[in-house]
Design a protein. Structure first.
Length: 300
């Protein structure tokens, strides 16, 4: 699949840039693991010269041989456990909630990052799979035929099939219409369709997809923020704790998780909308507007 050129340089959010770097380190270490274990045993580390060479070639620093061996053993044991638990899983794939959860868990365990969560890889997934949901949108909107899109973006038939199936589920769960209605009330227009193609293909809520697309500068202007306004009421983002609890619920499907989060976002929006309408009614004006918490930094 074709990747965005100079992807890291496009990321304007520092935390997203850190998550991107950690994911790239994870991919490098996974490649080291796969190459090393073709000829060597993990139980008894031999060929230390080759192992050190592979780490240096991939730009991963280590203090000494002991720390190198300890790091590689920790990574190897984590990967072997995950492979045993998920034999059919592509360990490079973060297009699904499950994939992002597993990769974030590996980073948590092997890169000494006790803060990283599944949601931290949302923007990374949007960056890494840009060609996939762009192609999906172009084919769906009939601006390109499927064969041309797959060829131009170097996407396999299987990748496209999975993305299309995921998007179809997203279309059916009703989030799209609810979000469009909320967004139009706040911005006066419906969001760019790429928001929904990214959300549908990558098992994200539209708010998550929109924020991620903004951080890589795909969305600009009214798609990312409100213009300056005289008075505004704040719509607060759903707390990360609440989102984490929903995402960890094993009884919910990815579609149900996204719908639950979106419903909370809409409920908060509706609550603030009523306050805005009442304020304007009492003041006989329309100067009171709505601003999202994440937009306030840019409104000033």
């Amino acid at each position: 699949m074709r990747k965005i050129k100079n992807a890291r340089d496009r990321i304007i959010d520092e935390e997203d840039r850190k998550a991107y770097d950690k994911y790239k380190t994870y991919l490098s270490e996974l490649a080291i693991y796969e190459e090393y274990t073709q000829e060597n045993s993990v139980d008894k580390i031999g060929g230390l010269f080759k192992l050190a060479y592979l780490y240096k070639k991939n730009g991963i620093e280590f203090k000494n041989r002991k720390s190198l061996v300890e790091r590689f053993k920790k990574f190897s044991s984590t990967i072997m456990r995950i492979k045993q638990e998920n034999p059919d899983l592509d360990l490079r794939d973060i297009r699904t909630q499950k994939g992002r959860k597993i990769v974030s868990d590996v980073i948590y365990e092997t890169q000494n990052d006790k803060k990283i969560k599944e949601a931290d890889l949302d923007a990374v997934a949007v960056i890494e799979n840009f060609s996939l949901y762009v192609a999906l949108g172009q084919v769906n909107e009939n601006s390109k035929d499927k064969k041309s899109a797959l060829n131009e973006y170097e996407i396999s038939e299987e990748e496209f099939k999975r993305a299309k199936a995921s998007y179809k589920k997203y279309e059916k769960n009703g989030i799209m219409d609810v979000y469009d209605s909320m967004f139009k009330r706040n911005n006066g227009a419906i969001p760019n369709k790429i928001v929904h193609y990214a959300a549908g293909a990558l098992e994200l809520t539209p708010s998550e997809a929109r924020r991620a697309l903004s951080t890589i500068q795909v969305l600009k202007g009214n798609d990312t923020k409100n213009s300056k306004i005289e008075k505004f009421f704040t719509v607060y983002d759903v707390s990360q704790v609440l989102i984490d609890n929903i995402m960890r619920d094993p009884q919910l499907t990815p579609e149900e998780k996204n719908r639950r989060i979106c419903e909370l976002e809409v409920a908060e929006f509706e609550r603030v909308s009523k306050n805005v309408e009442e304020a304007n009614r009492l003041q006989h004006t329309d100067k009171y507007k709505i601003a999202r918490e994440s937009d306030q930094r840019e409104i000033g």
